[in-house]
Design a protein around this ligand. Structure first.
Ligand SMILES: *Cc1c(COP(=O)(O)O)cnc(C)c1O
Length: 473
């Protein structure tokens, strides 16, 4: 094992490595090109009995591990969603690792609890959420949505399901659309509500929830003695960044007294721009909201910002108080272990503090605006090409399109052609894009919001896409 002085030396050289990595990452193959099992086979069957040097381990890291990594921080990464980091965020993560504190209650690190409260207030103001809502950092949006469903379940069962179990309770119903993220289905299963009670409301042409169909589904359920419990609206769906119309949905939820959870995991960061606040019009009638600074807001995974109107319902749902966790400060401060599922918590507020202060709100706005502009510009380029088809009207940071040469008429053939195009592009190592299906059609998706992406990266990718498409037979 190394000493603290050796730690100092390696620490400096590791930071040098990281800076070189960030400078060179755009030249590495974006998507890892290894085959299944290739990394596994290179790691010894048994752990070493004796100490190995950091130099040896680092050498293997470079030779074995790195080729098996997909480079999410490359500006040529356009797949899935951004999982952004940034220099200030990485620096803060180093400090968090060094402190290694467990931030489950105020007493176990007061600064962590108080900085978290303040950072959530900052984020609430930056995104224009209601001033009377409370925020807490969750590990992921999946956890936050589960927390929302469990809070709703308890609030609407007078906190009885926590006491007696779900068996004899009436049948709760949860509403979403075909476009809602799969984490909701998982939450409904974990919460014991049953997947059959997750109702998919119809969407319109642009894949947004149809409020009148939501109301119809609720009315039908009431007639059949079901109990409408929660609606999940999405701002920025995973496939096509569609935005559900919040205002009418929220009105319906108030009318029927149903918990409204808003999933803005990917696109919520756009709310830092005043011109995107229309997305949360009507939010005062909602109950909870989640967005991921660990996606688009330049903050390392994991950091998911969850906001809730009725914080008493949240705390009553999750509170536990074993003797060994009783503290004198209870009631005067926030003990965040009662605000979610896990007991142990990392000091996640620190990286937010570094990111927000070092970018400044203006700096965050500028970059988010640039990302949206890049998506718009790409869409304009696609529109100009008669052999490409734009599959969504990009409002945010993702563009959906497919290659559609005049010689191919059938959707099935087009699906195969685009699948082939995508696999050639990704095998080139020069870009990484992903796909989805929109209205049943195979669609290539390009997300233009990696932290350091610039116009030239998007234009190079578009060039490559066109050239590759024209060479496909
Ligand atoms: C990414 C995403 C999620 C899941 O986020 P995690 O933090 O990975 O759990 C949920 N909903 C939407 C709309 C997303 O884009």
């Amino acid at each position: 094992m190394i000493t603290v002085e050796e730690f100092r030396q390696y620490g400096h050289s590791f930071v040098d490595w990281m800076a070189d990595y960030f400078k060179e990452v755009e030249c590495l193959p974006v998507k890892s090109q290894v085959r299944p099992g290739e990394i596994f086979r290179q790691i010894p069957e048994l752990p070493p009995a004796d100490s190995e040097t950091i130099d040896q381990i680092m050498q293997d890291f470079q030779q074995i591990i790195l080729p098996g990594m997909t480079h999410w921080q490359s500006p040529n990464f356009f797949a899935y969603f951004p999982a952004n980091s940034s220099y200030p965020s990485v620096l803060a993560e180093m400090l968090t690792a060094a402190l290694g504190a467990q931030c489950m209650v105020w007493d176990t690190s007061p600064a962590a609890a108080e900085l978290e409260e303040k950072m959530m207030n900052w984020l609430r103001q930056m995104t224009g959420l209601p001033g009377n809502w409370s925020g807490v950092i969750q590990d992921t949006a999946s956890s936050a949505t589960l927390v929302a469903i469990l809070s709703a379940r308890e609030k609407y069962s007078d906190f009885l399901i926590n006491e007696t179990g779900i068996h004899h309770h009436k049948s709760f119903r949860v509403y979403c659309t075909s476009e809602t993220h799969s984490s909701l289905e998982k939450a409904v299963k974990i919460a014991g509500l049953g997947k059959k009670n997750l109702i998919r409301v119809e969407v319109d042409q642009q894949l947004r929830m149809r409020p009148e169909d939501l109301e119809q589904a609720i009315e039908n359920d009431l007639k059949n003695r079901k109990a409408p419990l929660a609606v999940v609206a999405t701002l920025g769906t995973t496939s096509s960044t569609a935005v559900d119309p919040l205002e009418p949905i929220a009105r319906i939820c108030r009318k029927y007294d149903i918990w409204l959870h808003i999933d803005a995991a990917l696109a919520g960061t756009a709310l830092v721009l005043p011109e995107y606040r229309w997305m949360i019009r009507g939010i005062e009638n909602a109950d909870s909201f989640v967005f991921n600074p660990h996606k688009w807001m330049f903050t390392n995974f994991d950091c998911s910002a969850y906001f809730v109107k009725d914080r008493e319902a949240l705390i009553r749902t999750f509170e536990i108080l074993p003797e060994y966790l009783k503290t004198k400060s209870r009631g005067m401060v926030n003990d965040y272990r009662d605000w979610g599922i896990a007991l142990g918590r990392r000091f996640r507020a620190l990286k937010l503090w570094f990111v927000i202060r070092n970018f400044g709100v203006q700096g965050i706005q500028d970059r988010v605006r640039l990302h949206i502009t890049l998506a718009r510009k790409l869409a304009d380029e696609i529109r100009k090409q008669s052999d490409f088809e734009l599959m969504n009207e990009p409002q945010l940071n993702s563009v959906c399109f497919r290659y559609r040469p005049a010689r191919v008429a059938q959707d099935r053939e087009l699906d195969a052609l685009n699948e082939k195009l995508l696999s050639i592009l990704n095998a080139s190592g020069k870009v990484f894009l992903s796909h989805t299906r929109l209205n049943g059609k195979y669609t290539i998706r390009m997300v233009t919001s990696q932290t350091y992406v610039q116009d030239k990266h998007v234009m190079m990718a578009w060039d490559l896409i066109r050239r590759t498409a024209s060479e496909i037979t």
